[in-house]
Design a protein around this ligand. Structure first.
Ligand code: AMP
Length: 282
């Protein structure tokens, strides 16, 4: 496995890969890697793509400075994790490498409703930071395939728009949520939960499953009320629990508002740790 900390060294290496006609699969991460990240890397490797993983905790996408400060950064464990998976390249840039003194422009992408709903409403500025870093990383790596997790459903929709608007030629591949044994969606932030809270946080997954089971015969208002009541148990505090049309993530208030499949998206605080999850309804 190769490790590069500068753009120049990475790009020189990737030039050689391109000469061999090997497609590049890219997995951008913020580190503190877990099985969810691992599944993206494994998929890329299994498809025969030359797999580049970036580890960079992007400051501009954190709306809360304390969240940025507390974000775990176990770099040597991450490198060992990727080495065990036989990943091809790790890109581990510094802030200076990513954000030059001359400054970076946020790409002008009209996010429409995605820019002011759900995560965007509760994390102001978050997706502007995501656009900025993804634009930068896609320019640097120029992958043929980009692997992302469906856990961050809205982020994927935002990146899909970025790819379209900026005319990147890469294909975006979304992969299913990987969960811990008791159902909690894998997240780097889970490490900040106590063992007890981490076990109890399975309440989020159970609530999604229950919502899915009752989806055919209850109204969305009834389902939402039952879910919010269930999630409102200290130390848990739901921030939102919404039904959306899976295709465009528009919030709906009745099943008839969506022609295709419906998903539930939710954000729940556990103490000072914010957890997100989602599930497509049957
Ligand atoms: P992050 O390091 O949190 O920025 O995540 C990097 C990538 O891993 C993103 O595309 C996430 O959607 C994806 N990811 C994070 N957690 C999971 C998970 N539990 N299952 C699948 N993909 C995930």
């Amino acid at each position: 496995m190769f490790l590069f900390k500068t753009i120049a060294a990475l790009q020189q290496h990737l030039q050689g890969v391109r000469k061999r006609n090997k497609p590049i699969g890219f997995v951008p991460t913020m580190g503190a890697l877990h099985k969810g990240h691992g599944s993206l890397v494994i998929h890329s490797l299994e498809r025969g793509h030359y797999t580049v993983v970036s580890i960079y905790v992007n400051p501009t996408q954190f709306n809360d400075p304390k969240d940025l400060e507390r974000y775990p950064r176990p770099v040597s464990e991450d490198l060992a994790f990727l080495n065990d998976l036989e990943c091809d390249v790790v890109f581990l840039p510094s802030d200076e490498e990513i954000y030059p003194e001359t400054g970076l422009k946020t790409p002008s992408v009209d996010l429409g409703h995605l820019g002011n709903t759900l995560e965007a409403a509760f994390r102001p500025g978050h997706f502007e930071g995501v656009l900025q870093i993804m634009n930068r990383l896609l320019d640097i790596v120029s992958p043929e395939y980009l692997y992302m997790g469906l856990k961050d459903l809205q982020q994927m929709a935002v990146v899909r728009l970025l790819i379209r608007e900026m005319e990147y030629s890469c294909r975006l591949i979304g992969l299913p949520i990987v969960r811990e044994s008791h159902g909690l969606a894998g997240s780097s932030r889970n490490e900040r939960l106590s063992e007890e809270d981490r076990n109890q946080a399975s309440i989020i997954y159970k609530t999604l499953q229950e919502t899915s089971a009752h989806f055919p015969h209850l109204s969305l208002a009834e389902l939402k009320k039952a879910a919010m009541d269930r999630l409102e148990q200290p130390p848990f505090r739901p921030e939102y629990f919404e039904f959306v049309c899976t295709d465009d993530l528009r919030i709906i208030s009745s099943k008839e508002d969506c022609q295709g499949t419906v998903s539930v998206v939710t954000a729940v605080w556990c103490g000072d740790v914010r957890l997100i999850d989602n599930m497509e309804m049957r």
